[in-house]
Design a binder for this molecule. Structure first.
Ligand SMILES: Nc1ncnc2c1ncn2[C@@H]1O[C@H](COP(=O)(O)OP(=O)(O)O)[C@@H](O)[C@H]1O
Ligand SMILES: [Mg+2]
Length: 384
């Protein structure tokens, strides 16, 4: 494979902003050359999170609005890093998920609204990529998930392809991303790459902070609230009894599972400022415990390392909780930052790589992680 500069864009379920990574693909190596995070206003974030309830005209408008916004962010990013459009081989854009309903292929107890067990699954990512192609004049690949679902997969997770690409030849490792939800992948020599959602990521903590601050704050910066409170460990144990956590993979979550409704159901009476720190401490521990549980239950034997990416890696209380829970198993917990990769750069880097492969008709898919019938070339190409 020749050398190429490729650009990847990711807007996750947290709807906190667009992450952009400029990468260099050379052979099987992928390195991040520049990275930027372009936050959304709180108002836009709230509109994106509420997008699942929009009617077609408003959803259509939001699709175009995001496409235009991202084209402008790509322009700013390229200016800031002195990147000439003509030197970009391809741009991959994951899009903004507004709906993700995996099918699971069988009926499940304890399912939540939005899942369609035993039925056809469906998913929708928006953010019209034509505007990015128009701005840059470069080919853009978008909409990666539908092809996986058409092949019987759950449409998620797609990142294990990158994990296999990067870590497939080394010591067995667990790769945990903590975005809106959490997901883990296992890769390494002798390991059949697999991955699945672990449970909540930052979404529960974000929702609580947003609610308790009257919309003023969108996340628990540095884990400060959680550090000031004490966790209700019994509650955490009870929450972990939900069937999802013990179900065997592959499994993926409805992106709207851990929203305000969940907090109202499980923490009614505690959703006020007085309990803020204790609530955040509890949600933080619950999030960490769901990750540790996933590792202990499903990590291939011999896996001794958990490498964490996503915004959750920037929450020291969360990282300490995970490390403390896995310490007895002799597992080392590290942020991708220690390996030279900004925790927010991994996902956009992945979509840059998927796009680069899709453009040349190469497999960019890990069917063992999604449950699809076989390897596919994911993504739709806007040719230039
Ligand atoms: N400094 C920080 N301290 C604590 N949490 C943080 C910090 N920076 C980011 N986060 C968390 O990370 C989230 C964004 O993570 P990200 O990986 O971008 O998720 P997504 O992929 O769902 O967009 C934020 O909503 C916030 O909860
Ligand atoms: Mg994000």
């Amino acid at each position: 494979m020749k050398k190429a500069d490729i650009l990847g864009l990711m807007s996750g379920t947290s709807a906190d902003g667009l992450s952009i990574a400029l990468c260099e693909a050379a052979g099987r190596a992928l390195s991040v050359k520049a990275f930027g995070n372009y936050p959304y206003t709180a108002a836009l974030q709230a509109r994106i999170i509420a997008a699942k309830d929009l009617k077609a005209p408003e959803l259509s408008a939001l699709n175009f609005e995001l496409g235009r916004l991202w084209a402008g962010m790509v322009k700013r990013f390229c200016r800031a890093h002195k990147i000439a459009y003509k030197n970009i081989a391809v741009i991959g854009s994951h899009g903004q998920t507004v709906w993700h309903a995996p099918h699971f292929g069988r009926a499940l107890p304890g399912k939540s609204a939005g899942h369609s067990p035993g039925k056809q699954g469906h998913t929708m990512q928006i953010g019209e990529a034509s505007f990015i192609a128009e701005e840059t004049g470069r080919p853009v690949v978008c909409d990666f998930r539908p092809a996986d679902m058409a092949a019987g997969g759950e449409g998620a997770p797609l990142i294990p392809f990158l994990d296999e690409y990067l870590y497939g030849g080394g010591e067995p490792a667990a790769l945990q991303n903590i975005g809106g939800v959490g997901n883990i992948a296992f890769a390494g020599k002798g390991v059949k790459t697999s991955g699945f959602d672990t449970g909540p990521g930052n979404s529960l903590m974000d929702t609580a902070v947003h609610r308790l601050s009257g919309g003023r704050l969108s996340y628990d910066k540095g884990g400060a609230w959680a550090a000031a409170g004490s966790a209700d460990t019994e509650k955490v144990h009870r929450l972990l009894e939900a069937p999802f956590f013990s179900r065997r993979p592959p499994k993926s979550l409805d992106r709207n599972e851990y929203s305000l409704g969940y907090l109202q159901k499980h923490f009614s009476g505690r959703l006020n400022k007085k309990y803020g720190p204790d609530l955040l401490a509890t949600l933080n521990l619950f999030t960490a415990a769901s990750i540790a549980l996933a590792f202990r239950k499903f990590a291939p034997r011999g896996t001794k390392e958990l490498i964490v990416s996503g915004g959750g890696a920037l929450n020291p209380v969360l990282m300490d909780n995970i490390a403390a829970l896995l310490l007895p198993s002799g597992v080392r917990v590290r942020s991708t930052a220690e390996l030279g990769l900004h925790p927010l750069a991994k996902e956009p880097a992945c979509f840059a790589l998927l796009a680069w492969l899709a453009l040349r008709g190469r497999v960019n898919h890990c069917p063992s992680a999604t449950g699809a019938r076989g390897p596919r070339v994911l993504g739709k190409i806007i040719a230039r």
